[in-house]
Design a protein around this ligand. Structure first.
Ligand SMILES: *[C@@H]1O[C@H](CO)[C@@H](O)[C@H](O)[C@H]1NC(C)=O
Ligand SMILES: *[C@@H]1O[C@H](CO)[C@@H](O)[C@H](O)[C@H]1NC(C)=O
Ligand SMILES: *[C@@H]1O[C@H](CO)[C@@H](O)[C@H](O)[C@H]1NC(C)=O
Ligand SMILES: *[C@@H]1O[C@H](CO)[C@@H](O)[C@H](O)[C@H]1NC(C)=O
Ligand SMILES: *[C@@H]1O[C@H](CO)[C@@H](O)[C@H](O)[C@H]1NC(C)=O
Ligand SMILES: *[C@@H]1O[C@H](CO)[C@@H](O)[C@H](O)[C@H]1NC(C)=O
Ligand SMILES: *[C@@H]1O[C@H](CO)[C@@H](O)[C@H](O)[C@H]1NC(C)=O
Ligand SMILES: *[C@@H]1O[C@H](CO)[C@@H](O)[C@H](O)[C@H]1NC(C)=O
Ligand SMILES: *[C@@H]1O[C@H](CO)[C@@H](O)[C@H](O)[C@H]1NC(C)=O
Length: 692
């Protein structure tokens, strides 16, 4: 909003705002041992772009931000972050000197040689990101000594040998070893790492069967084992993975049957078993996979009839059963699969007529290779059907272009990949706790994380974002707004995902217990026109942060008033925005029995398609009752939206929200805000009508 957008580390912000300014100078001076460690680290790297030239001079400026990629706490290096800096050369074993190191991020460089086994002596290491380099040799078994390691990403290198069985001793949460040349089997010991949520071993040369104990990874949410040489059967025990969302075992040599227990995976969204040798019928109970959106069984040896119950999976968007040995008809229930955008039953032994909806939606390429199948093209009419009624004229079919299919498929895949990613790291210089960080499930939908060094508490609600307290606090943050409840930042997480972080003004917020009760209610609110609350964080010093969906197009206020003179907002957009606000408000009032109390065009946010989403709803419930509503209003720009009766300190009610909505409608109509020099009503000057 402001022209002077501030780039800063949220960490720094919290640091400054929560500690007194009497920190000793010597805490900023790099320790001698770490100074030598960094010099040795630099010595074996080839730094063509000269980014490490900043690592010059004395120990005094190393920790004050002068040395690129270095973060310290009390004179010790805790993070080295140099991704994508065109570094070559190799990593020195003398990295062992940096004993306080918690995060080493050197991904997207061209570093060669072995991964130093000395990394194993870094007892505090939590994140190791060496992906997209040219490392070769084996994964050092010593990494198992890093008890605190939660995130290990060595993907896209040329690593060989086996996956070390020692990794079970770590606290691994996310393991990405994909796109290497690893061989051997999955060590059973790895399945003792029950903290694993994300496992990517795809595109390697791993073989043997999938261990039964894989089912013991009870927190597992995503697993990619595709494009390897796995054989044997899929273990029955996989059915125990009750929170699993994504399973990709495609392009292996897995045989045997599709375990019925798999149908118990009610959280599963993506299932790809394509290009294997599985040879039973699809179980009737497949409709237990209630959330399934992508199902590919392509190129296996499935036989028997396609179960009618598959038509109950109403969320299916991709269904590929091609190149199997299915017989019988395509069930009529498939007409109910309204979300289907990609469908293929080619090269089976199906017969009968294709259900009408499918025949209209998909072309012959989805059905070919089934000699007795009819009704999907003019050249294969069904004998019994009266000829003119069907087939449908090809010109009237809604065909998906290749581009559509690619976009849809890649959106699905990329979506899943983005879901996860990364955690890590704490930059806050706080009292250390000795307990290892834990992630405890508090209910089906919420997860609490106790940040080790931050001493704070992070609680996640339902949603796609994965981050730890430390990662949130370390994220690059940019101020995007301020209002009477606090300051809002746009934080960019390590994995590139963006999240809006609202730091509430501490003095006005309820005590922790009441706050948690109220905020948990807000975390359950899900409506397309209400901004979703994804997590909250309670800091050790009482700071309270809310993590919300980031809305890329900013606020309605900025959209209407910060535009160039030659731009105009078309009517359809304006009406769509008004309807969106009305829907959100209606849901708030009638479904949640909640009053907004503070509706302005600044807290109506726009998503990428310019749909309106209301934010800041329910925040008044987080505020102390004895903080009068008038004390909350401090910003001039919030005043014009308040119903006149509220000035008498009366509690806001649905009617006063409707008043504010009316003001916004007028603002949409005239493009004038109810504040500033340009006050309406001056309807004659229709600001944003442009040339319509
Ligand atoms: C260190 O290098 C930077 C950039 O190359 C340079 O601007 C600075 O003057 C150097 N400082 C010292 C103390 O040499
Ligand atoms: C890790 O696995 C090994 C066997 O490979 C076992 O001896 C050791 O106790 C395991 N460690 C933990 C912490 O489970
Ligand atoms: C997996 O869990 C089962 C049941 O809890 C247990 O009997 C088995 O030993 C575990 N497997 C491994 C490898 O830990
Ligand atoms: C599926 O889950 C139910 C309840 O958790 C359990 O009783 C049943 O045995 C499971 N079925 C299979 C095939 O594992
Ligand atoms: C599956 O859908 C049919 C309608 O096609 C419905 O009658 C049946 O109850 C559904 N079964 C389940 C288990 O949802
Ligand atoms: C295809 O299915 C029919 C029965 O529907 C069967 O008679 C025929 O042998 C099958 N053909 C092949 C190649 O499996
Ligand atoms: C369906 O699968 C067949 C066989 O793999 C393939 O040739 C065809 O292109 C696919 N069609 C569509 C629409 O995906
Ligand atoms: C059939 O549809 C697929 C995608 O669904 C597309 O790639 C292909 O070009 C279409 N073929 C014809 C002949 O229209
Ligand atoms: C795992 O690593 C591969 C290769 O670097 C990358 O393409 C993929 O996105 C990573 N997976 C996830 C979920 O981060």
């Amino acid at each position: 909003m402001d022209e002077s957008i501030l780039l800063l580390y949220l960490t720094l912000f919290l640091f400054i705002s929560s500690t007194t300014s009497t920190r000793a100078y010597n805490e900023l001076v790099l320790s001698k041992a770490d100074y030598q460690g960094l010099q040795a680290f630099k010595a074996t790297l080839i730094d063509t772009r000269g980014v490490l030239n900043t690592w010059n001079g004395t120990r005094n400026n190393a920790c004050s931000g002068g040395w690129i990629g270095i973060k310290c706490v009390r004179g010790r290096v805790i993070a080295i972050q140099l991704p994508g800096k065109q570094l070559a050369g190799s990593l020195s074993e003398s990295i062992r000197q940096l004993t306080a190191l918690r995060k080493l991020s050197l991904h997207d460089n061209s570093i060669t040689g072995l991964i130093p086994s000395a990394l194993g002596s870094l007892a505090r290491l939590r994140g190791l990101y060496l992906f997209k380099n040219r490392f070769s040799g084996q994964i050092p078994a010593s990494l198992g000594q890093c008890r605190m390691l939660v995130n290990l990403d060595l993907s896209h290198n040329s690593l060989t040998g086996e996956i070390p069985s020692t990794l079970n001793s770590t606290s691994l949460y996310r393991l990405n070893l994909s796109n290497n040349k690893l061989s051997g089997t999955i060590p059973v010991a790895l399945t003792l790492s029950t903290s694993l949520n994300f496992v990517y071993l795809d595109h390697n040369k791993l073989s043997g069967s999938i261990p039964k104990s894989f089912g013991n990874l009870s927190m597992l949410k995503e697993v990619f084992l595709n494009d390897n040489l796995f054989s044997g059967n899929m273990p029955e025990e996989l059915g125990k993975l009750s929170v699993l969302r994504t399973l990709d075992f495609s392009s292996n040599s897995i045989g045997g049957t599709f375990p019925i227990s798999l149908c118990n995976l009610s959280s599963l969204v993506f299932l790809n078993l394509g290009r294997n040798m599985i040879d039973n019928a699809i179980p009737e109970s497949i409709n237990g996979l209630k959330k399934l959106s992508v199902l590919s069984l392509k190129s296996n040896r499935f036989r028997g009839e396609i179960p009618e119950t598959l038509g109950n999976l109403s969320k299916l968007s991709l269904l590929d059963l091609s190149e199997n040995k299915f017989i019988g008809v395509i069930p009529e229930s498939f007409n109910l699969l309204t979300k289907l955008t990609s469908f293929n039953v080619s090269d089976n032994n199906l017969s009968g007529s294709v259900p009408l909806v499918l025949a209209q939606k998909f072309n012959a390429s989805s059905f070919r290779g089934n000699i007795q199948l009819c009704g999907y093209t003019t050249s294969a009419p069904c004998p019994s059907s009266p000829s003119p009624s069907f087939p449908v004229k090809p010109g009237h079919r809604r065909r998906l272009s290749t581009r559509d299919i690619i976009l849809i498929a890649s959106a699905a895949v990329i979506g899943f990949l983005l879901l996860l990613c990364c955690l890590l790291l704490f930059c806050l210089s706080r009292k250390r706790r000795t307990a290892t960080a834990q992630t405890t499930r508090t209910s089906a939908k919420t997860e609490t994380e106790a940040g080790e060094d931050t001493g704070g508490k992070l609680v996640h609600f339902d949603g796609p974002l994965v981050f730890t307290a430390d990662e949130l606090l370390c994220a690059t943050a940019e101020i995007i707004g301020k209002n009477s409840y606090g300051t809002v930042y746009k934080a960019t997480l390590e994995d590139g995902n963006e999240v809006a972080v609202k730091r509430l003004r501490e003095r006005i917020v309820k005590n922790t217990k009441e706050f948690e009760t109220e905020v948990s209610k807000l975390g359950k609110v899900r409506h397309p026109n209400l901004v979703a609350l994804r997590a909250y964080y309670l800091g050790p010093k009482g700071e309270k942060l809310l993590a919300l969906d980031f809305m890329p197009k900013g606020s309605l206020s900025a959209f209407l008033h910060a535009r160039g003179p030659d731009r105009h907002v078309d009517w359809r957009t304006r009406i769509n925005i008004a309807i969106g606000i009305a829907r959100g408000l209606n849901y708030l009032h009638n479904e949640l029995d909640m009053v907004h109390g503070q509706l302005t065009s600044s807290n109506v946010l726009l998503d990428e398609n310019f749909n309106a989403t209301i934010s800041d709803y329910g925040l008044s419930n987080l505020v102390n009752a004895n903080v009068s509503s008038s004390a909350i209003v401090t910003t001039v720009s919030e005043l014009g939206y308040r119903a006149p009766e509220l000035s008498k300190l009366k509690k806001a009610e649905p009617k006063s929200d409707v008043y504010s909505f009316g003001v916004i409608m007028l603002e949409l109509l005239t493009c004038k805000p109810p504040w500033g020099d340009d006050k309406w009503p001056r309807l004659a000057t229709m600001g944003c009508f442009g040339h319509e």
